[in-house]
Design a protein around this ligand. Structure first.
Ligand SMILES: [Fe+2]
Ligand SMILES: [Fe+2]
Length: 347
């Protein structure tokens, strides 16, 4: 596109360009040129600076908006050097052509500008191709991730059914421990990934008990040494079961440690203090609390105050003081939901 109010100039430039094989459209009216800017795919817009209705700079500024991919060239006399400098610095023009012009020089500036435009077009095409490919791949990755999450959740539900089928009380115990440790975890401000690990570890902390015979698991009398030996292996058995699933690796570590005690008197490894995972410590105190609140064959359920007093006395023994303090804050004024339906809503 060439915009110039002088017909002589338009004619001369038109001839020069057509002879070299360019397609040219001429405008003697800058306003009409602006109107037609977005109608064609312009490669190059050349505008004369001095025109009565509108300066060439205004035309090229409009081109920057309306035909952003077209290369902009200003034609102007030497007297307008300040205008040229300003236009170049503002990024309004790519090149300028001095009037009066030399045909050879004019053609080489036009050719260079068109090459620049075509190179830019090619770059843009490549970038958009790469972007499209990326978004296609990220779409596939997203749906795969979604599928895996769905499958994981199905696995979680299947395991919960297994626990329930084995022992309804154990199922309720697991949901209660998940409910309590969820509250404590929230009050500690756990990161999302840690909360999720804690939730799964709490739901499945006693899954190892499905390997224990009912005769022992449901026994109301005191366990004999041999039976107790079987019972205390449940964290290891549970961890082994969970380890089979990649997404449960970390969960299985927490489950393995849920009977470790701060003072080192726990099992299976007799870990103490900081060597016990934080999530396992939260799980452990929640487990103790839920057990205290449950009615067992050998004891009645403790009231909230009684259970809290016992837990407080465990500071520095079963668990560290900080966790006990946080536990107290999170649980002192709430009751664990009593029905399975309520607990299941939040599992
Ligand atoms: Fe346990
Ligand atoms: Fe438990």
């Amino acid at each position: 596109m060439i915009v110039d109010d002088e017909h002589q100039v338009l004619k001369a430039l038109d001839r020069t360009l057509r002879e070299t094989g360019f397609e040219v459209t001429l405008y003697d009216d800058p306003l009409r040129a602006i109107e037609n800017m977005d109608e064609s795919h312009w490669d190059l817009i050349i505008a004369d600076y001095r025109m009565p209705k509108l300066s060439g700079l205004e035309v090229l500024k409009a081109a920057k908006q309306n035909a952003p991919y077209a290369v902009r060239i200003l034609m102007t006399g030497y007297a307008d050097i300040d205008v040229i400098i300003k236009a170049v610095n503002e990024g309004s023009i790519y090149k300028y052509i001095a009037k009066p012009w030399d045909n050879q020089q004019f053609l080489s500036i036009v050719q260079e500008s068109v090459d620049y435009k075509l190179k830019n077009d090619e770059n843009r095409r490549l970038v958009s191709e790469i972007m499209a490919e990326n978004s296609e791949w990220s779409g596939i990755a997203k749906s795969l991730e979604h599928k895996i999450m769905e499958m994981s959740e199905q696995g979680v539900q299947a395991l919960l059914r297994t626990i329930r089928a084995k022992d309804e009380a154990l199922y309720k115990h697991s949901l209660s421990v998940a409910w309590v440790s969820g509250r404590v975890g929230d009050s500690l401000g756990l990161k999302k990934a840690d909360s999720q690990t804690l939730r799964l570890a709490a739901l499945f902390h006693d899954i190892g008990k499905i390997a224990i015979r009912d005769r022992i698991l449901l026994k109301t009398d005191k366990l004999d040494p041999d039976e107790r030996e079987q019972m205390i292996h449940h964290p290891e058995v549970g961890a082994e079961i969970l380890k089979e699933m990649d997404f449960m690796r970390e969960v299985s570590e927490v489950v393995l440690q849920h009977h470790e005690r701060h003072d080192g008197s726990g099992y299976p490894r007799g870990l103490s203090g900081g060597s016990i995972k934080t999530l396992a410590r939260i799980l452990s105190i929640s487990d103790i609390y839920v057990a205290l609140k449950e009615e067992r064959s050998y004891k009645l359920s403790f009231s909230n105050d009684e259970a809290m007093t016992i837990i407080k006395n465990e500071a520095g023994k079963a668990v560290d003081e900080i966790i006990v303090e946080r536990f107290y804050k999170a649980m002192s004024h709430v009751e664990i939901p009593s029905t399975l339906a309520e607990l299941e809503e939040r599992k």
